[in-house]
Every structure is written in structure tokens, then in C-alpha cells.
Design a protein. Structure first.
Length: 158
């Protein structure tokens, strides 16, 4: 468990290869640029077990690189421990939210606040749609939503 002055956030989507690793990488860069990355534990995970160990989708990595961001994340599934060790679990859509709330019920006295990342969007776009079956433009839209939401989340927790 991290020191009490450390804050923690876990970004979650279905497979942990598109949306959540983009959100994790964007937030890590923002926290680094703000000089507060050492005050945060930042990670991402999946509600499913489909892609465990996989690198993020190549289109997502290309989108991040285009914006000067690198990631070496490997997909992992959310564990029961995550509900105890993370303060915030921020997910991308209603399906992720219901999966996480169902999993959380099996953890006694969990401490994580489970929310949609989009609830922080100044443009009020609550859902961050899965770009997996989409185009490069869909990955760019996810990136832009993550920038807005992560910026507002970081500001709210600074």
C-alpha cells in the first residue's frame, strides 16, 4: 500500500489495450508535466481477461506517439486487491461501470471510488466509446476525450 500522501488511480476498459492504456499514458504525462507524478500511483486494467500480457493496440500507440507520449503498459485484468489499493477506479462506459460495481460487491469494505472517466469531461461527453473496431480518427477522439477528462480529474485532485 502506498503512503497516505500518495494518490492512486486505475483506468479501466473492457480489454486494457485501447482506451484505458491511452488514459493511463495521458494522465501519467500530465502528472509528469505538472511535477506531481511522484505523488501518484497510476495504472490501467481490464474488466475481461482477453488480452492479459498484450501491448496496447498499435493504433493507440501510434496516436499517443503522434502526441509525444510513449507507453510500455501490458494489459492486465482488474483484481479484488485493486478495489482496496486504488482511491479512484475510472472507467470508460456503462458496461465497464456495471462490471466494476459487480466485482466490487465481492470485496469487503473496498475503498475505491468507481466512476466514469467521462464524468470529468468539461464537454459532458460521459461515454468514451471503444475504438477497437473503428478508425485512426476514433483513437484520436478517445485521446482527445482522455486529455479533457484527465486534465479535469488532475485539477480536481491537486
Amino acid at each position: 500500500m502506498a503512503a497516505s500522501s500518495t494518490k492512486s488511480v486505475l483506468f479501466v476498459c473492457l480489454g486494457n489495450i485501447c482506451r484505458s492504456p491511452i488514459a493511463e499514458a495521458v494522465f501519467r504525462k500530465m502528472a509528469t508535466d505538472a511535477g506531481v507524478v511522484d505523488k501518484w500511483v497510476i495504472d490501467s486494467g481490464a474488466t475481461s481477461d482477453w488480452n492479459i500480457g498484450s501491448l496496447p493496440d498499435a493504433r493507440g500507440q501510434a496516436c499517443l506517439r503522434k502526441h509525444g507520449i510513449e507507453t510500455s503498459h501490458r494489459a492486465r485484468q482488474v483484481t479484488k486487491d485493486d478495489f482496496m489499493s486504488f482511491q479512484y477506479i475510472l472507467c470508460m462506459d456503462e458496461s465497464n461501470l456495471s462490471d466494476l460495481n459487480r466485482k466490487a460487491k465481492s470485496v469487503n469494505d473496498y475503498r475505491a471510488k468507481i466512476e466514469l472517466l467521462g464524468s470529468y469531461d468539461p464537454q459532458k461527453q460521459l461515454i468514451i466509446k471503444d475504438p477497437y473496431y473503428g478508425s485512426d480518427e476514433d483513437f484520436e477522439k478517445v485521446y482527445e476525450q482522455c486529455v479533457r477528462c484527465c486534465g479535469a480529474f488532475l485539477e480536481a485532485n491537486s
